[in-house]
Design a protein around this ligand. Structure first.
Ligand code: KIV
Length: 271
């Protein structure tokens, strides 16, 4: 008798149920097959194929240069690895801001060419028409408010957003507009925790915070940050669960030393 292990996949509906039941949602970014496989095995709820790939995978200073084709490459790699998690792929800068038809076309390419389950885009009221058009094709959409890195040249800084009353009120209105438009969840990035909590209590859909405190329905971190791979990125909202920069550096140094000293390969490591 073969024992088939049934995997209960996470859906957008699961996330809604988690909010209603007060169970926290876990989300991490993932960009490649091997890492995504481990993250999924760990039991994460959502893997975000973030356009932060532009920073951590490609070494760009901002998320602006990454292309739709490159996001599709990362998305498809993650999809091949994952059994359980919900996979959300970022619509990159320039693939949806132009008009809602272009947004739909980009979202369809992501869904068709990656096999992912949903897309994410940045912005408030100004992207509602695009969200509605994408939803009309049956594609779930996650919103993203607060510090939206694709607008970095408008903000001029990666500092905390919506500290002032006016911007906080606008963010609250945007959150309501995105919920009304049909988003299944919202990322709230780098805003005061009091505001993030108020938004979370106001909307019925789950909020997932990054640098937004613990009054939200879930948390997301960039996987390279929480693993401590990048030595020189240390904002206060990142908890480094490991220092993989050090671990990896030492492993590479040992390997170099072993090869140079003829210690690798040994008798058992050859044919
Ligand atoms: O691209 C990304 O990694 C993101 C998260 C920071 C939410 O959008």
């Amino acid at each position: 008798m073969s024992v088939h292990k049934e995997v209960k996949k996470v859906t957008t509906h699961t996330l809604l149920e988690m909010k209603q039941a007060g169970r926290k949602i876990t989300m991490l970014t993932g960009y490649d097959f091997s890492m995504a496989r481990i993250i999924d095995e760990a039991g994460i709820d959502v893997i975000l194929v973030g356009d932060s790939a532009s920073n951590v995978m490609a070494g760009h200073e901002t998320t602006l240069p990454i292309t739709l084709d490159q996001m599709i490459y990362h998305g498809a790699s993650v999809v091949r690895a994952v059994e359980r998690a919900l996979i959300v792929v970022d619509l990159p800068f320039g693939s949806y801001q132009g008009n809602s038809k272009e947004a739909l076309h980009s979202a369809i390419r992501i869904m068709k060419e990656t096999g992912a389950h949903a897309v994410k885009l940045e912005g408030g009221g100004e992207v509602v028409e695009s969200i509605q058009r994408i939803l009309s094709a049956g594609i779930p959409v996650m919103g993203h408010l607060g510090l939206t890195p694709q607008s970095i040249y408008k903000f001029g800084t990666y500092a905390v957003r919506a500290k002032e009353t006016e911007e906080a009120a606008r963010l609250m209105e945007d959150a309501k507009a995105l919920e009304k438009a049909g988003c299944f969840a919202l990322v709230l990035e780098k805003i005061p925790s009091v505001l993030a909590t108020q938004v979370t209590e106001t909307i019925q859909i789950p909020s997932i915070g990054i640098g937004a405190g613990n009054g939200v329905d879930g948390q997301v971190l960039v996987v390279h940050d929480m693993l401590g791979i990048n030595n020189d990125f240390n904002p206060r909202f990142v908890r480094k669960y490991r220092n993989l920069h050090q671990e990896m550096l030492h492993a590479f140094q040992e390997y170099i030393e072993d090869v140079r000293s003829d210690n690798f390969p040994n008798a058992k490591e050859q044919y």
